[in-house]
Design a binder for this molecule. Structure first.
Ligand SMILES: [Zn+2]
Length: 286
């Protein structure tokens, strides 16, 4: 996928090439001149004004979401890159690019199995409780939507449901646990359907349970997020969990299907450095 080049200042497509500029971290970069507003610019590939190379930054993202702590990444960088980067930079890259790719990922239309499961996971950090609410299509393993919140009320659940609905309008079968809030919110969110969505409640005390796949997935999220202790602010935590959704959907091949979940629900195919490609796609869409 290649983006059309537009003027960064006025959006015009009436532009000319204007020589190439040498940069410290990104090599030779094509400069353009806008024929409408006369300004010169380079294209933002997602790394404009970053002091480190895309290679190094995406390597850190990949290590982080594979469960390596920011401190350990720092000591790795010390050994392999002459210019050290502190764990704070790594944390900031994780937050910045998770947000950027997250925005892009939320605009995608996908084709799920139409049957989704909504679940919540409790997080306790520094004595405070937070909630990760996620929606999974158990058939394709695609995480249709997720959100990290301080509570799990109507608004939080509705936000996650609406996001799922915007990606696949034909979702028609929703499974949840017995948590009371779901009943009305699901009715409200999906009531505009000509064909009404079916809400199934599973009751754990009667021996019913969620699909084992969901349980396994939650266990693996728990395992991975252990190293995310440096969650920092709520804002940072939200971004990191969004990053985890991206990692889960786009980066990690699922053992059971030998594919990434995004390949099961769309025709998106990413190549070698998937983080890099996702960042380029996200920034070309702005
Ligand atoms: Zn212009």
């Amino acid at each position: 996928m290649k983006a059309e080049i537009k003027c960064r200042f006025c959006g015009s497509e009436n532009i000319s090439k204007w020589g190439r500029r040498k940069t410290q971290n990104r090599g030779l970069i094509q400069t353009y001149k806008c024929n409408d507003c006369s300004k010169r610019f380079t294209q933002d590939d997602g790394f404009l004004k970053m002091k480190n190379s895309p290679q190094k930054i995406t390597l850190c993202l990949d290590l982080f979401f594979n469960g390596v702590s920011t401190r350990k990444i720092q000591s790795h960088l010390k050994q392999f890159y002459p210019h050290n980067s502190s764990w704070v930079s790594v944390y900031n890259w994780v937050v910045k690019y998770s947000k950027m790719i997250g925005k892009y990922a939320d605009t995608l239309k996908v084709s799920t199995s139409k049957q989704i499961q909504v679940d919540e996971m409790e997080f306790k950090t520094k004595g405070k409780t937070s909630w990760f609410i996620d929606i999974i299509d158990p058939e394709t393993r695609f995480m249709v939507s997720s959100g990290f919140f301080e509570g799990r009320g109507k608004e939080e659940i509705r936000e996650v449901l609406l996001n799922a609905k915007s990606k696949d309008k034909e979702i028609s079968y929703i499974t949840t646990d017995g948590f009371m809030v779901y009943r009305n919110v699901i009715k409200k969110t999906f009531s505009s359907y000509s064909k009404k969505a079916i809400h199934k409640v599973v009751n754990a005390s009667q021996g019913e349970g969620f699909n084992q796949r969901i349980e396994r997935m939650h266990n693996s999220i728990r395992e991975r997020t252990k190293t995310f202790r440096g969650f920092g602010s709520l804002n940072g935590a939200k971004a990191i969990m969004k990053g985890y959704e991206i990692y889960y959907n786009f980066i990690r091949k699922h053992q059971g299907i030998n594919k990434t979940p995004i390949e099961m629900v769309s025709d998106i195919r990413l190549k070698d450095n998937k983080w890099l490609e996702l960042i380029e796609l996200s920034s070309s869409q702005k």
